[in-house]
Design a protein around this ligand. Structure first.
Ligand SMILES: Nc1ncnc2c1ncn2[C@@H]1O[C@H](COP(=O)(O)OP(=O)(O)O)[C@@H](O)[C@H]1O
Ligand SMILES: O=C(O)C1=C[C@@H](OP(=O)(O)O)[C@@H](O)[C@H](O)C1
Ligand SMILES: [Mg+2]
Length: 189
């Protein structure tokens, strides 16, 4: 290979690197994670409006792909099967400049969390256990991924460290109006 070819190839690498960098920039999403009931879905739409971004709720993508309600998937196929579908849907999600409201159980999938991190910033909506319990009401009909014998408190204690581990930013959303949470996220990011 001549010097010129080598330098050309280096230039090409440089050009490719710029394209990759631009592509990476285009993919900046804001990903909302947290316990079921934290407000990811309701708050996500308002955040998208405030920032002029798109919005996707991965729960709805799962339902659309499966042609069934989330509760039906969990009741008919079990929690392991539900989590496998969730992992596959979330890992395959191709969106840019989008607010992504995830389902609370996505945090169990390293693969899905890795894909979400590649595409944007992860915002953890933290809400106390007491408030989550109050908002959810009957957990049996809310389709929560819960192992046999586990209580909602067990699930909460198992997940909170994972939400914290994967997130770039934490917003405390208990005892705050939804609009206030939206304002805090807009100011922080
Ligand atoms: N900051 C908040 N204060 C009071 N209620 C809230 C707040 N955020 C969400 N909620 C309520 O909590 C419930 C769960 O919200 P949702 O957006 O479905 O949560 P998630 O998608 O995280 O499960 C809804 O009834 C919603 O109106
Ligand atoms: O936390 C969970 O185990 C789940 C939360 C739900 O979404 P939300 O977090 O939007 O309620 C949904 O993905 C599914 O029912 C499982
Ligand atoms: Mg939701």
């Amino acid at each position: 290979m001549t010097r010129g070819e080598r330098s050309g190839s280096r230039n090409m690498e440089g050009a490719e690197a710029m394209i990759v960098e631009k592509g990476a920039k285009k993919k900046r999403n804001i990903v909302l994670v947290g316990m079921s009931g934290a407000g990811k879905s309701t708050l996500g739409v308002l955040l998208a409006k405030a920032l002029g971004m798109d919005f996707v709720d991965t729960d709805l993508v799962i339902q659309q792909q499966e042609g069934r309600l989330l509760q039906a998937i969990i009741d008919q196929d079990g929690i392991e099967a539900f989590m496998a579908v969730e992992e596959s849907v979330v890992s395959a999600l191709q969106v840019n400049d989008c607010i992504i409201a995830t389902g609370g159980s996505v945090i169990y999938s390293e693969k899905a969390m890795h894909a979400l991190r590649q595409g944007g910033q992860i915002v953890y909506l933290h809400v106390s256990y007491e408030e989550i319990m109050r908002r959810l009401g009957n957990v049996a009909t809310r389709g929560i991924v819960m192992k046999n014998g586990h209580t909602l408190q067990d699930v909460y204690e198992e997940r909170v460290p994972l939400y914290r581990q994967y997130s770039d930013v934490t917003i405390d959303c208990a005892k705050k109006e939804i609009e206030q949470c939206v304002r805090e996220i807009v100011e922080l990011l």
